[in-house]
Structures are given as structure tokens and as C-alpha cells.
Design a protein around this ligand. Structure first.
Ligand code: ATP
Ligand code: MG
Length: 226
């Protein structure tokens, strides 16, 4: 489903070059649940942006469903992001001063789904992640960190994506809420979603079947989770 071949990413700001990825290769099959673990600055978010077709590598190739992503045109890219991928970003990326319900329906804005149908789906996704009904009309900036995280996960589920990419989804949560969130990912995986989850916490990484460890932009190990 996913194949990376020798991905490199160099960021250039003025004359400063940062090598964020130094040649990363791996495959992920349909239905896998993979954690990517590594210290701050090791290139995890950079990799996720490439996997999510939000950024392109400086060199190397990335194939999604057998297609090389850098060869797709803008329409094909937006379709891919809209229909195949669900994102949970490191900094939730919720719209403030916008209700919980509306935040969750946003990815469907440009789809043909009717407003009523969108809201119905949003409610299902919010219930799925254990959000209380009483919060559905709260503004997203009036929620706790854990609640925002759950809204971000609900939003990633709204298009029933084949692949869910989550960047530090438990980064701001207490242990108990982290467990709830991770159980939700495991359940989604059991339903057939392919999940790639980024974390710097070994205890969180263990929820996946496979752990890829990266350091300084390179894969250090790739193993079954015990
Ligand atoms: N837009 C950018 N311009 C320049 N350098 C960048 C940019 N984005 C990231 N970097 C650099 O690339 C390296 C990898 O960053 P990345 O965000 O992928 O790390 P990360 O593993 O996600 O870290 P964290 O755990 O802190 O989120 C870092 O050295 C970072 O400073
Ligand atoms: Mg990051």
C-alpha cells in the first residue's frame, strides 16, 4: 500500500540546509498498524508530511497504492488526500471559534455529501472517540487538550480513510486519556484501517504491531512489537 524508496528531505532556509531525512526506505502493507518512534527533531513529522502527500521529498520515491505521488497532478493529489487519508496533526489544527461538530465535518466540505449527512457522520465519529454530546456545540477553543485531541481524531475518521496518519496523537494527554485514544486506534485498525502513528513514547508505540525507530533522519530499527 505504501512504499518509500530512499527518501531524502533537505530544508533550505537562506544558506542554512537541514537534512531532515537522510535516505529512508520501508513498506507498509494494507491493514498494518505501525508506530514510528524517535527523538525530537529526528524527522518524524517530515516523514509524515511526505506520507500524507502534503510535501514532497528532495529525492527518492514515494508510492501510494502503486502510484508515485510526485507524478500526480494537483487534482489527483487533493482527491488522494480527501478520499484515502485521514490526518491527526501534531498541533490539532482545529479551527478556533468554530463548533466541535463543524470542525469534524470540514474534510467533507468539498465532497458531494449533504450537510445533513455530514453532520450525521460527524456525530458518529465523535461518539466513536467518546466525546460527550453536550460538547458538540462548544467552540473548539473551549475544550481541554484531551477533548481537542479526540475531536482531531474524529475529524480524521470522517471520510472513512483507508490510511490514518497520526502525529503524536497522545502528546498532550494524561495516561488514562492516552489509553482511551490508543484503544480507539487499535479498534480502527481491527476494522481494517491502515495506521501509521508517530510518537516519542515507547509505551505508546507498543500499541502497534510494528515499530520503526528513526534517528537523525534514518531508520535505526524496524521490528515486531513485543
Ligand atoms: N520547514 C522547515 N524548515 C527548516 N527546517 C525544518 C523545517 N521543518 C522541520 N525542520 C527541521 O528538520 C528536522 C526534522 O524535523 P521534524 O519536524 O521532522 O522532527 P520531529 O521528529 O517531528 O520532531 P518532534 O518530535 O519535535 O516533533 C529538525 O531539525 C527541524 O528543525
Ligand atoms: Mg514532529
Amino acid at each position: 500500500m505504501i512504499e518509500c524508496r530512499n527518501l531524502k528531505k533537505i530544508y533550505t532556509n537562506g544558506d542554512v540546509e537541514t537534512a531532515a531525512l537522510g535516505g529512508v526506505s520501508f513498506r507498509v502493507e494494507k491493514g498494518e498498524f505501525v508506530s514510528i518512534i524517535g527523538p525530537s527533531g529526528s524527522g518524524k513529522s517530515t516523514l509524515m508530511h511526505i506520507l500524507g502527500a502534503l510535501d514532497v521529498p528532495t529525492s527518492g520515491q514515494y508510492f501510494l497504492d502503486g502510484k508515485e505521488v510526485s507524478q500526480l497532478n494537483d487534482d489527483e493529489l487533493s482527491e488522494l488526500r480527501r478520499e484515502r487519508i485521514g490526518f491527526v496533526f501534531q498541533a490539532f489544527n482545529l479551527l478556533p471559534r468554530t463548533t466541535v461538530l463543524r470542525n469534524v465535518t470540514l474534510p467533507l466540505l468539498y465532497s458531494k455529501t449533504s450537510l445533513k449527512e455530514r453532520e450525521k457522520k460527524a456525530r458518529q465519529c465523535l461518539r466513536y472517540v467518546g466525546m460527550e454530546e453536550s460538547k458538540f456545540y462548544n467552540m473548539s477553543n473551549q475544550l481541554s487538550g484531551g477533548q481537542m485531541q479526540r475531536v482531531a481524531i474524529a475529524r480524521s475518521l470522517i471520510n472513512d480513510p483507508a490510511i490514518i496518519l497520526a502525529d503524536e496523537p497522545t502528546g498532550n494527554l494524561d495516561t488514562k486519556t492516552s489509553q482511551i485514544v490508543m484503544k480507539a486506534f487499535q479498534e480502527l485498525n481491527h476494522k481494517g484501517h491502515t495506521i501509521i502513528l508517530i510518537t516519542h513514547e515507547p509505551d505508546i508505540a507498543k500499541y502497534a504491531q510494528r515499530i520503526i525507530s528513526i534517528r537523525d533522519g534514518r531508520i535505526e530499527s524496524d521490528r515486531r512489537s513485543s
